[in-house]
Each structure stands twice: as structure tokens, then as C-alpha cells.
Design a protein around this ligand. Structure first.
Ligand SMILES: Nc1ncnc2c1ncn2[C@@H]1O[C@H](COP(=O)(O)OP(=O)(O)OP(=O)(O)O)[C@@H](O)[C@H]1O
Ligand SMILES: [Mg+2]
Length: 216
């Protein structure tokens, strides 16, 4: 795996991204962070990837909801999701950053890479080329839990108690997320501890970049 050579945004805004397995705690941490930032009057854009254009597509739904993907080529879905991220980054996130907003994104380009690798496409170089058109986050959090914990959390949701989940894939994804975080200056945080404890580490990381920005 190579490092992703993403572009710097060079704006007054701040981009914060969260990645990790389903059930790792992204939505929970984003909600706590959003509440705190809203309370102190920070101008915010809360957004997610992939966008609904991908989420509602047949190819995405087939991979997400069923074990039978024979009619589809995963590389096609990955390219589609990567394209969606280029559009979203440059036409949704970048304008908000230029307006000085703090942008919080639920999943990011790293998820595209993790999924591509976890499905065995280890030699695909195109993803590193596409990464050049993606903005490097100021803070990229990777929330990490054992697969069994993540599964329990997803299954605890009434609407997802019988959801199809490719469990073998989850093990591979977890390892790739950890590797991607390490190679790309991501911040790996365990969510096996209390929400309050994980959240305090997010606040501490934010404090550090706040100081860096003030020093400029
Ligand atoms: N330290 C922690 N950080 C975050 N969530 C935690 C933590 N400890 C326990 N949890 C619980 O784990 C669950 C995480 O669910 P959440 O919806 O936030 O995950 P998610 O990553 O957004 O999942 P999905 O990818 O399916 O949207 C919540 O029920 C939350 O209360
Ligand atoms: Mg979520």
C-alpha cells in the first residue's frame, strides 16, 4: 500500500473526517462533536460520503445488502465511489472550507481505499492517482474496535438486527483501516473505552490543530 498524496486545501476552514467499520462509533462521535461546536458558534457543514447518488445505486445496494454480486464488478463500484468523492470534495467540501467553515465528513476517501484493498484489489494504482484530487483532512480520525464489538453494535439496532454482513471482509477492513491510518497521519482511536473517553481524545486532537493554526 502506498501513502495517499492528497492536496492541501490552504483555506481558513478545517476538515475533519471519520472512518472505520460499521458500528465503530462514527455517528456517535460526530454527534458529540457537532453539539459542542454548534454550542460555541462554529460555522459547520456536516456531510457524508459516499453521497446518496452512490448509496441508492443498484451496484452499491447489491454489494451492501446481499452476498450475491455475480452481476457486478467491484472495481466498477470502487471507481464510481471514487468519482463521487472527487465531485463531493471539490464542489461541496471545498466551497465550505473556503467560506471558513469546519467541515465534518462521515467516511472519506480512505474508506474507498480500505474497501478496494479488503476485496483483494492490491495492485490497483488508479486509486493513488485519484487521491491527488482529494483534499487532505486537517484531522482524519480512524475509530477502531474489534470486529465482534462492531457487529454487536450494528445488530443491536432494531432495523439492522438481521442485516447481511460479510464478516470475513470486516476483519480485513479493520486491518486496512489501521494500516491506512498509520501511513497517512491518521489518528487511530479505540472506541472500546467509554464514549466520554474517546471524545476527550478527539477534543485534544482538535486543540492541537487549533494551536497550530493560531501560530501561523
Ligand atoms: N467509545 C465509544 N465511541 C463511540 N461509540 C461508542 C463508544 N462506546 C460505545 N459506543 C456505542 O457504539 C455504537 C456506535 O454506533 P454508531 O452508529 O455511532 O456507529 P457508526 O460507526 O456510525 O456505524 P455505521 O457505520 O453503521 O453508521 C453506539 O451505540 C454507541 O453508543
Ligand atoms: Mg453512522
Amino acid at each position: 500500500m502506498n501513502k495517499l498524496e492528497m492536496k492541501e486545501h490552504g483555506t481558513a476552514g478545517t476538515l475533519i473526517t471519520f472512518c472505520g467499520l460499521d458500528g465503530c462509533g462514527k455517528t456517535t462521535m460526530i454527534r458529540m462533536l457537532t453539539d459542542a461546536l454548534e454550542a460555541n458558534g462554529t460555522k459547520l457543514l456536516l456531510t457524508k460520503q459516499p453521497t446518496d447518488a452512490v448509496r441508492t445505486s443498484n451496484i452499491f445496494r447489491t454489494y451492501t445488502d446481499t452476498p450475491d454480486h455475480d452481476r457486478y464488478d467491484y472495481r466498477s463500484l470502487s471507481l464510481f465511489a471514487a468519482s463521487d468523492r472527487v465531485q463531493h470534495v471539490n464542489k461541496v467540501i471545498l466551497p465550505a472550507l473556503k467560506a471558513g467553515k469546519t467541515v465534518i465528513c462521515d467516511r472519506y476517501f480512505y474508506s474507498c481505499l480500505a474497501n478496494l484493498l479488503a476485496r483483494g484489489y492490491l495492485q490497483d494504482e488508479w486509486i493513488y492517482d485519484v487521491a491527488k484530487y482529494i483534499i487532505k483532512p486537517d484531522l482524519a480520525f480512524f475509530l477502531d474496535v474489534p470486529v465482534e464489538t462492531a457487529l454487536k453494535r450494528v445488530r443491536a439496532r432494531e432495523e439492522e438486527k438481521d442485516k447481511y454482513i460479510d464478516i470475513t471482509l470486516q476483519y480485513r477492513l479493520r486491518q486496512y483501516y489501521r494500516d491506512i491510518a498509520e501511513k497517512n497521519e491518521g489518528i487511530l482511536l479505540s472506541t472500546t473505552e467509554s464514549e466520554k473517553m474517546t471524545y476527550s481524545k478527539i477534543v485534544a486532537a482538535l486543540g492541537k490543530i487549533g494551536r497550530k493554526n493560531n501560530d501561523r
